[in-house]
Design a binder for this molecule. Sequence first.
Ligand code: GLP
Length: 264
Amino acid sequence: MRVIVECDNGAMSKRAAVFVANLVRRKPDCVLGLATGGTPVGMYQELVRMHNEEGLCFSEVTTFNLDEYYGLAPDHKESYRYFMQQNLFDHINVKPEKTHVPDGLADDVDDHCEKYERMIDESGGIDLQVLGIGSDGHIAFNEPGSSLGSRTRAKTLTQETIQDNARFFESQGEVPRFAITMGVGTILESRRCLLLANGIKKAKVIAEAIEGSVTMQVTASALQMHKDVIAVIDEDAAFLLERRDYYQHVEDMTEEWERMCDKG
Ligand code: GLP
């Protein structure tokens, strides 16, 4: 896993946006896996800026979001579909029919989840999956105890997640109790994962996910099994990492390594 530590949330967001933008430039019809929550907001702002000022074009891009609250309509202000429209889709030239978010109102959830998986397959698979991390170590809504081979399905939210996400709702009682979420197995099939985290509240769980054991109690730790993960985190979130100096050393040596490879 490549671990990049940036000084703050702004620098983290810009660095993460460069990975996304480089892919979109190199492969205009790429498939992006997208995340919600507070963490990726700055990255989306930077992508919108790149679209407006640098002509970054999303017209051929396909997107799949990780998850959606069960029971919320797409136009509900706290739905993840609404979040994506507000924070990204409405400000770039992605084609609406190429954006996918699980349907929180699906009648037949199992059937909907199977179709979601099939659509990802038929699109050629996700090239780059953006991920945040929950304070209980979840990726998407794969709460502790989720199988590391899990696929898109309905999931019961933990009390901790409900409390964390209550800040977006009028009251805790309004936070949905269930979600439809890509599974850990689905996420691990993405060709590359980009894990973002900022703030001291994420320090413990980031240390567990990156340097702890692989366990379904911290589903983000499953990323250790993936061959191409880039974690872009800020100083606060990196606070409890033991091998931080080495991660920085690797970054410092990258240029030298590339120079040596060029010569060879
Ligand atoms: C939700 C989402 C996750 C996200 C997490 C962290 O639970 N389902 O995809 O990573 O929140 O959110 P935040 O970035 O606001 O800390």
